[in-house]
Design a binder for this molecule. Structure first.
Ligand code: NAD
Ligand code: TDX
Length: 344
């Protein structure tokens, strides 16, 4: 057996894709997934991996020091990748506390375990949202690794704090840390609170598509497997103490995305409803990925037009998975977030 890699948040959208990638492409690695299964995790997401003898799952919360240390004591991972987080900006605006607890203090617990047991690498999965936003009328500007941190939401602030704490653990304690900051991901298994799966789900059921503001905000979309390959490149070729931006120059406004989804599903644009804007809504995200490309030889391979078709097809073929996510708590969430959100 080769390496043991411990992944936190491996039952979520990106962490699960990463576990699947490692199991497929690193046949002598063992994968330990630590996830407390919040609302964002659907047990069906990990059901195939559960049968793999190279995969172990622990239902544990990264905020629980005793539980996390006990897993490290037993598994002795060589590599740790921290995906676990509260990840939805709108929820952070409603309830910031849990974002600070999981995203900052949870990261601290995982890094303390790394220090105690010794690891070859701790990798922190970060976001481009830590750089704030770019103006819509300056298409020449991009986020670089040395762009100042300037956060907008409680979510991005908690992620920035976690990045900085990880880099501080490197400098202060010599923990072998790397950080990646990625743009918006899309693909199978994304929880339908995020733009693309929410719009696919609503359009499929002929429900209104709630576009915030005028739909002109721009996001830089990356297919989830390309992100996971980027993280693997950082683990295998990246330099300790460094930050790597991951993105694919794939900027689209929200309204463009919504129209592409409607067209692909054969649904009318009359389903689009413009609703009250998100508080503090970031205008534009756009990554300059040239450092990762030059230093790691990484680059995205999935074109948006192919990735979005694959994604829509996956949601159509996995209606049961989507139904599992949208039963129960989701309905309360949806009513609270969108029920009283006035039309513009
Ligand atoms: P997600 O919400 O789909 O999944 C998060 C997972 O973490 C869930 O399985 C959840 O159960 C688990 N989790 C949450 N709190 C936990 C805790 N206290 N202890 C243990 N497990 C816990 O999120 P995602 O979209 O897969 O994002 C994964 C990571 O990537 C996050 O750190 C996020 O900030 C970052 N990121 C996401 C995007 C994106 O577009 N989705 C882009 C850049 C970076
Ligand atoms: O119903 C909606 N209507 C709408 O217009 C939703 C859910 C979103 N939007 C807009 C807001 C954003 O401009 O779509 C854009 C994308 O929104 P989200 O999917 O919520 O993503 P975003 O806020 O950009 O953050 C995402 O990318 C960076 C992830 O959720 C983060 O975890 C990641 O760090």
């Amino acid at each position: 057996m080769g390496k043991t890699i411990l992944v936190t948040g491996g039952a979520g959208f990106i962490g699960n894709c990463f576990c699947k990638l490692i199991l497929k492409e690193r046949p002598d690695w063992k994968v330990v997934n630590v996830d407390c299964m919040t609302y964002a995790a659907n047990p069906s997401t990990i059901k195939n991996e559960m049968n793999d003898p190279r995969y172990v799952f622990y239902r544990e919360d990264i905020r629980r020091r005793d539980g996390i240390f006990a897993i490290f004591e037993k598994e002795r991972p060589g590599i740790v990748v921290n995906f676990a987080a509260e990840s939805h900006v709108d929820r952070s605006i409603e309830n910031p506390g849990v974002f600070l607890e999981t995203n900052i203090l949870g990261t601290q617990v995982v890094m303390d375990a790394c220090r105690m047991y010794g690891v070859e690498r701790f990798h922190q999965v970060g976001t481009d949202e830590v750089y704030g936003d770019l103006p819509l009328d300056r298409p020449d500007l991009f986020f670089r690794e040395d762009t100042p941190i300037r956060t907008s939401s409680p979510y991005s602030t908690s992620k920035a704090a976690a990045d900085l704490l990880a880099l501080a653990y490197h400098r202060t304690y010599g923990l072998p840390v790397t950080v990646s900051r990625c743009s918006n991901n899309y693909g199978p298994y994304q929880f339908p609170e995020k733009l693309i799966p929410l719009m696919i789900n609503n359009a499929t059921h002929d429900k209104p598509l709630p576009v915030y503001g005028e739909g002109l905000n721009v996001r830089d979309w990356l297919y989830v497997e390309d992100h996971c390959r980027g993280i693997l490149s950082v683990l295998e070729k990246g330099k300790v103490g460094e930050v790597y931006n991951l993105g694919g120059h794939n900027e689209k406004s929200n309204i463009e995305i919504v129209k592409i989804i409607l067209k692909e599903l054969g649904k009318p644009e009359s389903l689009i409803t413009f609703v009250a804007d998100r508080k503090g809504h970031d205008q534009r995200y756009a990554i300059d990925p040239s450092k990762a490309m030059a230093d790691l030889g990484w680059q995205p391979t999935t074109m948006f037009k192919d990735g979005i078709r694959l994604t829509i097809a996956w949601y159509r073929e996995n209606a049961d998975w989507l139904d599992e996510c949208t039963s129960g708590e989701y309905r309360n969430y949806y009513d609270k977030m969108y029920g009283k959100r006035s039309d513009k």
